[in-house]
Design a protein around this ligand. Structure first.
Ligand code: ADP
Ligand code: MG
Length: 557
């Protein structure tokens, strides 16, 4: 039997492939299943133009079988199969993709269902196997062939027996080493979970014999194991379904299945875009703050699928930090992936999608605010802080996006109000948006500084979180109205200047004595225009209010 050599470049490539392209060994199964799905797709495409072929969905499947005793894992498909030449060309030449060629030859422009394109995925099998055997019978051929390889050494091709058209790939799973376990790739539960993770939305059934337990016949408490063939994958991704076919419960179930969170999501957003870039997404706004949200471990991001196959668990580039609480997934047919399919080649498409998604989240939140106030307030209790940080961070680059989503407690309404609502209630003579800072609403209510503003009938926003005033300073204005702290020097409220000046004169001696006594602690002592029932209050000098000064002083240098 003649042993053919891989081409020299191929040898090096193969070494590289096996050792460094993929970060996780488990993706070998994703690659083999994707190939099997492509092979079935090819029959489907052929049948579209060839009347002698019919495509009956039920005849097509992929099967995964583990044999622990012999340490083999077999992946069978009922796809188009490979001729001797195809085995040689597609599996003997690394980086040659028969699938890419197929798309070109058959002028399948919309062939975005076919996954393969790089011609390397197959070799991922060598990450977990010492020997890979491929037995294949091509559509329309009498003979079957067996391709076998132990890796970089080369491969053999010999005639073989196979009744049905299709391909069987048999992996001889490596023995465990000191630091690497391979046994897991023969374990039913492990294989199931890998299939679920990466290949849940392959359009053809992926079958496995699954061990189950049942009561022994005629026995009360004795059980026996038996195996049953099961379909592991869900096949039709929920995001490809029509919104009108889906209920709130369906979305909720998906949220929990995917472990996006344990709560009941406040809102789901189902997006389906068919423009210059095609993508579908299902996004969720959780109700509760995830337990690790404010910890270092928290990673923002959405799941990213390329044409139904998971390629990234948490794609951070899809979400800005201020929307980091959003959970969900994006699937696109138009991503250009790099060779390991773990990263993207160009992020232009991704940027477009991210921008799109960002807009959508904002408008959904605005909709919630407008139409489902209670829900929005719930959301705001959980994630309002994140929005305020978003306004403050990056020198206010996102303030336009976020300012309409902010809410603060109002002295007048005794509840959270938006800036827009505040402005709409402002009397003609009111120049500023007033705010007061303090530990709690109750504390602020008692501040002497609020009196004059309240007496004027002006509304005051209560800032009880550290970030509030920083965020507002970044906004500077809202709809051309400046923000003004009730404890700042000039409140812009007109009082008779003469009055206070005269009083200042009258009391000059007293004030001088007080200033002497307090020394450096104060800059000035003067008659206040704002006090009604309180005898005295402290006023900040300049733009930094007393609350901000406290926070700034507490920060490490
Ligand atoms: P890609 O899928 O990116 O083309 P692979 O290395 O995964 O690259 O596979 C190389 C080629 O081998 C495929 O393009 C296809 O032509 C062929 N091939 C692999 N697996 C199968 C299979 N199960 N059935 C038919 N052809 C296959
Ligand atoms: Mg492939």
């Amino acid at each position: 039997m003649e042993k053919k050599q891989f081409q020299a470049e191929s040898k090096r490539l193969l070494e590289m492939m096996i050792n460094s392209i993929y970060t996780q060994k488990e993706v070998f199964l994703r690659e083999l299943i994707s190939n099997a799905s492509d092979a079935i797709d090819k029959i489907y495409y052929k049948a579209l133009t060839d009347d002698s072929l019919s495509f009956n969905q039920d005849d097509y499947y992929i099967k995964v079988e583990a044999d622990k005793e012999n340490r083999t894992l077999k992946i069978t498909d009922t796809g188009i199969g490979m001729t001797k030449e195809e085995l040689e060309n597609n599996l003997g030449v690394i980086a040659k993709s028969g699938s890419l060629a197929f798309k070109a030859e058959n002028e399948i422009k919309d062939g975005h269902d076919i996954i393969g394109q790089f011609g390397v995925g197959f070799y991922a099998a060598f990450m977990v196997a010492d020997v890979v055997t491929v037995i294949s019978k091509a559509l329309g051929q009498e003979e079957a062939y067996k391709w076998e390889s132990e890796g970089a050494d080369g491969y053999t091709i010999v005639p073989a027996e196979k009744a049905e058209v299709g391909t069987e790939i048999i992996l001889k799973i490596k023995e465990n080493t000191e630091d690497e376990s391979y046994d897991e790739y023969l374990e039913e539960y492990r294989l199931k979970s890998i299939i679920k993770k990466y290949s849940d939305f392959i359009r053809y059934p992926i079958k496995m014999n699954v061990t189950k337990s049942r009561k022994k016949e005629g026995s009360e408490n004795e059980y026996e194991d038996y195996t049953e063939e099961e379909i592991i994958n869900s096949m039709v991704p929920i995001w490809r379904k029509n919104k009108s076919e889906l209920t709130d419960e369906d979305y909720e179930q998906f949220y929990h299945e995917k472990r996006y969170g344990f709560d009941k999501p406040l809102k789901h957003i189902h997006i389906s875009v068919d423009g210059t870039i095609r993508y579908q997404a299902i996004l969720y706004i959780p109700e509760n703050i995830p337990f690790d949200y404010y910890s270092r471990e928290f990673e923002k991001g959405l799941e990213l699928y390329s044409n139904g196959v998971l390629i990234m668990d948490k794609c951070a580039d899809l979400l800005p930090d201020y929307f980091s609480f959003v959970k969900g997934m994006v699937d696109s047919e138009d991503l250009s992936l790099n060779i390991s399919r773990e990263m993207l080649q160009h992020d232009r498409q991704l940027k477009l999608i991210a921008k799109n998604i960002n807009k959508k989240i904002k408008s959904e939140l605005q909709g919630l605010l407008k139409n489902e106030r209670e829900k929005y307030e719930k959301f705001y209790q959980s994630f309002g802080r994140q929005l305020k940080f978003g306004v403050y961070n990056e020198f206010g680059a996102h303030k336009e996006t976020l300012q309409d989503l902010l809410m603060f407690y109002s002295s007048k309404e005794k509840k959270l109000v938006t800036l827009d609502e505040y402005i709409s209630r402002m009397p003609e003579e009111q120049k500023y948006i007033y705010y007061a800072t303090g530990e709690s609403n109750e504390r602020i209510e008692k501040l002497p500084q609020t009196e004059l503003v309240s007496d004027k009938g002006f509304e005051i926003l209560y800032f009880t979180e550290d970030i509030d005033e920083f965020a507002i300073k970044m906004l500077m204005t809202y709809k051309e109205k400046e923000f003004k702290s009730v404890s700042s020097g000039d409140l812009g409220i007109e009082e008779s200047e003469q009055d206070t000046e005269a009083k200042d004169e009258e009391n000059k001696e007293l004030f001088d004595a007080m200033k002497n006594l307090l020394g450096d602690k104060v800059k000035d002592v003067r008659i206040s225009k704002r006090l009604k029932s309180h005898p005295v209050c402290l006023t900040a000098d300049g733009e930094v209010t007393i609350e901000m000064e406290k926070i700034l002083n507490a920060m490490p240098d």
